[in-house]
Ligand binder design. Structure first.
Ligand code: SAM
Ligand code: DTB
Ligand code: SF4
Length: 324
């Protein structure tokens, strides 16, 4: 969807925007269902990239402990625990610029196979990917590859300088060419303008094919990063962007991602109403905490939602109708 149209939608009164997003949501998705995704950091820290928000970059002095790549057995154990706790998707993240074609990549392929064997959706985020690597992940049974564009092309250089926006798009192209689904979204609260947020959604919605899932993260400010003192993103702002993501990418799972810990249950509910139908579930994200499972399950129950626990694709209209 083009910037101008996104701007018009955005400039409406809040409730009008949310109401339109809800209509789109109702046409494309079951309204009582939420996807629960569990994150696991399979290799933490010592990352050469200079992403200004990230605890894992060597350029930031955050004091997190770096780890080697996790054993396949341990990943299997964690995935099993996640499945037993009701999670339907297992997302594994590595603090890499890109994977090398070595034994460690083989190890990641083995992790993907294990997760798929448990009947969960499997997603990995390993940094930049070439076509051959994408194909090997596809062959191992990977459901989706996460690679966020993070922000607008214009603001990108203010956040990351060690690789370009175009590099990110190329990885997404390689992922799609291997017939893998794309999971791509961004972060709010980096110091970007509203225009940047809309441009980010313009780029995401113009991807062909559109992403299968769109994580909208709210910056988790991390001590020792250049963004540690950033102002928290207002819940209504978060909700507006979720509504726009729902309208412009109707067939995607829109994920209310990092930064839920200090959003009230009411604010999260508003985000669900505006089209978010996925969350990160489990007490940890990658290097920071998350809402506890008990609290999430209690909110899900209060709202009469049910977790989508199997690996099927949710029903959606194959031919999305544009919002007038
Ligand atoms: N190294 C890989 C990469 O950057 O593609 C994968 C891991 S990286 C941590 C995955 C995504 O998590 C980032 O693109 C960013 O959108 C999100 N993220 C990282 N740190 C964050 C933070 N402090 N707050 C919110 N989102 C964050
Ligand atoms: C995404 O969009 N958000 C996740 C996942 N994809 C890999 C990561 C959130 C990280 C939050 C900060 C941390 O725990 O280090
Ligand atoms: Fe490395 Fe990914 Fe963190 Fe950037 S976001 S520093 S690439 S782990």
């Amino acid at each position: 969807m083009l910037y101008q149209r996104l701007r018009e939608l955005y400039d409406q009164p809040f409730l009008d925007l949310v109401s339109q997003a809800r209509q789109v949501h109702e046409r494309h998705w079951p309204t009582d269902e939420i996807q629960l995704c569990t994150l696991l950091s399979i290799k933490t820290g010592a990352c050469p990239e200079d992403c200004k928000y990230c605890s894992q970059s060597v350029h930031n002095e955050t004091g997190i402990e770096s780890t080697d790549l996790m054993d396949v057995e341990e990943v299997r154990r964690q995935a099993r625990i996640a499945k037993d706790a009701g999670s339907g998707r297992f997302c594994m993240g590595a603090g890499w610029r890109e994977p090398r074609d070595d034994a460690e990549f083989e190890q990641v392929l083995a992790m993907v196979r294990e997760v798929r064997e448990l009947g969960m959706e499997a997603c990995v985020t390993l940094g930049m990917l070439n076509q051959d690597q994408a194909q090997r992940l596809k062959d191992a049974g990977l459901t989706s590859y996460n690679h966020n564009i993070d922000t607008s092309p214009e603001y990108y250089d203010s956040v990351i300088t060690t690789r370009t926006f175009e590099d990110r798009i190329e990885t997404l192209r390689n992922v799609s060419q291997a017939d893998l689904k794309v999971c791509s979204g961004g972060i709010l609260g980096l110091g970007e303008s509203i225009d940047d947020r809309l441009r980010m959604l313009e780029v995401l919605s113009e991807l062909d094919p559109q992403p299968e899932s769109v994580p909208i993260n709210r910056l988790v400010p991390i001590e020792g990063t250049p963004l540690e003192g950033n102002q928290p993103v207002d819940a209504f702002e978060m909700c507006r962007i979720i509504a726009l993501a729902r309208i412009s990418i109707p067939g995607a799972r829109v994920r209310l991602s990092a930064g839920r810990e200090d959003l009230s249950e009411e604010a999260q509910t508003l985000c669900f109403f505006a089209g978010a139908n996925s969350i990160f579930y489990g007490e940890r994200l990658l290097t920071t905490g998350n809402v506890t499972e008990d609290r999430d399950l209690s909110l899900i129950e209060k709202l009469g939602l049910k977790a989508q626990t199997d690996a099927r694709e949710a029903q959606r209209e194959s031919d999305p109708e544009p919002v007038q």
